[in-house]
Design a protein around this ligand. Structure first.
Ligand code: ATP
Length: 343
C-alpha cells in the first residue's frame, strides 16, 4: 500500500484558508497555519469548538476545497496537484446521509463502486463483503428508508469503503446514534484501522469517542492546532486534579471564586453557568476544605467532584472553554455557503 515515503498517511502543513464574508467585510481566516500529520494505520482525532476549522481542514484534505497556501497530502499524494489520484485514495463519510433511501442497500453500494470505476461484478462482490461485515446482509435487498438510524449510518460507512480507500474521513460518525449502535460503530472503526491498516481521520463532538478511538488527537482552535498527542499524553501534561463545584444559584459564583482565591493553590479557575471548575494538587484533601469554607459562608453547593484529568480538562486548558458546554446539542450547521455564493 503506497503511503507517503515517510509513512505519513496524511499531512497538513501550514494550511491557510480564508473565506469571503461578503461585500464590505474583511475575509475570514478559517485556517491560520494549521499543521499536523498522521501515521498510516492509525485513527487521528480532530477536536475543536464550532467554527475552529475542522470541516475546512477535512474539505481541503479530501479535495473538496483548496487551501490559499500550505501543503496537504494524502497517502503521499499532493491533493492540490493531483486531486483525482488523491480522491481514489480516500473515502469520505459525511455527517449527512449519502445513501438513496428509495434504493436498497446493495443498490446503493454497487452504484458507489461504479462511480469509482469498478465493474458491476467487482462492485457486487465488494458490496456483499461489506454487507456481511457490517451485519447488513439480511437487509441488503430492503430499501434504505426502512433501515434504523444505526443501519443507515453503517451503510454510509460501507459506501465510503467500497473502493478500498487508504484513508477514511469520518465526520461525526456516531452523532444521533443510540448507545448500542454507537458501540457497534466504534468496534467497526477499531477493527478497520487495526486489521486493514486503514488510516482514519475522525472529527467528533464526543470526547469519549475520541478518547476511545483515536491513537492521537489534535485540538484545533481558531484555525490552528493548539495541542497534539496521544489522549494519555495530553491528559498527563495537566498537573493536578480537576475540581468541579456546582451551585444551586449562579449569583454566588463570585463568592466561590473569592473563597478559592483565599484558600490558595487553585489554578485554571473557570466559571461556567452555575459551575466553577479548577485544578488543584491533592484534590481529595482540598475539596473538604473548600466545602467547609463555602458552608461557613452560607453558600449552598449542589454537587462537588474531584477527578483525575480528563480530555475535557485538556480541552478546557487549551481552548478556555469546556467541550461539553460548547457542544451541548449543537452540531447542526446552518450557515450559508458564502464562498459558493461569492463564486
Ligand atoms: N463556505 C464558507 N463560507 C464562509 N465562511 C465559512 C465557510 N465555511 C466555513 N466558514 C467559516 O470558517 C470558520 C471555520 O469553519 P469550519 O466549518 O471549518 O469549522 P468547524 O471546526 O468544522 O466547525 P463545526 O464543528 O461547526 O463544523 C467558521 O468561522 C465558519 O463560519
Amino acid at each position: 500500500m503506497a503511503a507517503s515515503p515517510d509513512g505519513m498517511a496524511l499531512v497538513a502543513a501550514d494550511l491557510v484558508k480564508t473565506y469571503s464574508q461578503g461585500r464590505g467585510k474583511p475575509p475570514l481566516r478559517a485556517l491560520d497555519g494549521l499543521t499536523f500529520q498522521t501515521e498510516e494505520g492509525t485513527v487521528f482525532g480532530l477536536l475543536g469548538p464550532n467554527g475552529a476549522g475542522k470541516s475546512t481542514t477535512v474539505k481541503i484534505l479530501s479535495t473538496l476545497s483548496r487551501a490559499d497556501s500550505g501543503i496537504a497530502t494524502v497517502a503521499g499524494i499532493d491533493v492540490a496537484k493531483h486531486p483525482g489520484r488523491a480522491r481514489s485514495a480516500i473515502g469520505f463519510v459525511d455527517q449527512k446521509q449519502v445513501s438513496d433511501p428509495m434504493d436498497t442497500g446493495v443498490e446503493n453500494l454497487v452504484l458507489a463502486g461504479q462511480l469509482h470505476g469498478m465493474s458491476t461484478r467487482a462492485a457486487r462482490s465488494r458490496a456483499g463483503e461489506l454487507l456481511e461485515r457490517f451485519a447488513l446482509a439480511g437487509a441488503a435487498r430492503r430499501q434504505v428508508k426502512t433501515y434504523s438510524g444505526g443501519m443507515a449510518r453503517k451503510l454510509d460507512v460501507a459506501i465510503g469503503l467500497m473502493h478500498r480507500p487508504q484513508v477514511l474521513f469520518l465526520d461525526e460518525p456516531t452523532t444521533g446514534l443510540d448507545p448500542e449502535a454507537r458501540a457497534e460503530m466504534w468496534a467497526e472503526i477499531e477493527r478497520m484501522s487495526r486489521e486493514e491498516r486503514m488510516t482514519v481521520l475522525l472529527t467528533t463532538h464526543y470526547l469519549e469517542e475520541a478518547d476511545r478511538l483515536a491513537s492521537r488527537l489534535a485540538i484545533v482552535d481558531a484555525g490552528r492546532v493548539v495541542t497534539e498527542g496521544t489522549p494519555e499524553q495530553l491528559k498527563s501534561e495537566l498537573r493536578g486534579d480537576a475540581v468541579v463545584i456546582e451551585l444551586h444559584e449562579a449569583s454566588v459564583i463570585a463568592q466561590v471564586l473569592e473563597s478559592l482565591d483565599r484558600l490558595g493553590g487553585f489554578r485554571e479557575v473557570v466559571a461556567e453557568g452555575r459551575a466553577v471548575r479548577a485544578r488543584v494538587d491533592g484534590g481529595g484533601a482540598a475539596l473538604p476544605l473548600v466545602l467547609a469554607a463555602l458552608d461557613a459562608e452560607g453558600v449552598s453547593v449542589a454537587s462537588a467532584t474531584v477527578s483525575r484529568p480528563s480530555l475535557d480538562d485538556v480541552y478546557l486548558a487549551h481552548t478556555g472553554h469546556s467541550f461539553a458546554a460548547v457542544h451541548a446539542g449543537s452540531s447542526a450547521d446552518a450557515r450559508t455557503d458564502l464562498e459558493e455564493a461569492a463564486a
